[in-house]
Design a protein around this ligand. Sequence first.
Ligand code: SF4
Length: 353
Amino acid sequence: MAILRTPAQLCENGFVSSKKLPALQAVAARYAVALPHPLACLIDRNDPNDPIARQFIPNDGELDQTAGEIGDPIGDEQHSPVEGIVHRYPDRALLKLTHICAVYCRFCFRREMIGPDKPNALSPGALASALHYIRTHPEIWEVILTGGDPLVLSARRLRTVMKSLADIDHVKVVRIHTRVPIADPARITTDLVRSIKIKDKPTYVAIHVNHPRELTPEARAACARMADAGIPLLSQSVLLAGVNDTPEVLGDLMRALVESRIKPYYLHHGDLAPGTAHLRTDIATGQNLVRNLRGRWSGLCQPTYVLDIPGGHGKAPIGPSYIEHKGANGPAALLVVEDFRGQQHVYPPRQTR
Ligand code: SF4
């Protein structure tokens, strides 16, 4: 099966009903659609609530923009000094090489900026300007390749970019954000793995995974090729209603990641991207799920639950608190600390001589 890119193709292959076609064509006119074969194979066409389908098959709910939803929910634009760069935090910058992805997630926070009808790569001139920006900002310690998905680019192009970054003394770490090992694991060839390594500087790869079923044997093998090459692997997951918002699924996901040598890194609260309300949970639900993870699973299985504050103000950890102040403020305050079973314990005030 080739990559399915239109509602008509999804209908021909039994993923959507013909009755929904007009609405889904309106969705596809606004937001990109692509369902690659490895993910199509995971979908149970007889399950109307299939968690893989919810992530990738367009839904007519995407036509409803609810209050608070905005085209650039994490405020990339206002922190973009030159094309292709987002410089939000002092010590790191995003380098957006492409607007193309291997699959288009229905909740994508950059859905207004990505897709095949957008300019699909930085021009050589724009890339030169972006690299010049990084070179002339010595506070940039880490560069994060994102997009779009940088691993849709050829190994040759990636090698050139990585070499340019390696030559910048103050850039000590390169991180790549990708969904390719899940959406198209065969792309993670030995040559591609070699292309993203830099001599004497670490490359970290953060893999976007939301459901344990996405970690197929092929996806795990693709991740293993990177881990075996010495590339540390992290995960990014988005908390999604009807996909991973139960303790069982979220726990299984975190365990499957650790078993695949991927350290759970971020659990993102869903961004306020337009037409995504049907996929967002509320924050209290997320906090309860994270508390449940803490209570049941190894410390290795604990991601940081984060919210990208709308308006470009960066990420804030929004997990539950396990500590409560009792009585007076200041050094005399009594602290009550909650353990993993939910039981509370007093921690004594600091004693001074
Ligand atoms: S892979 Fe990332 S950038 Fe691409 S559609 Fe999914 S969330 Fe958006």
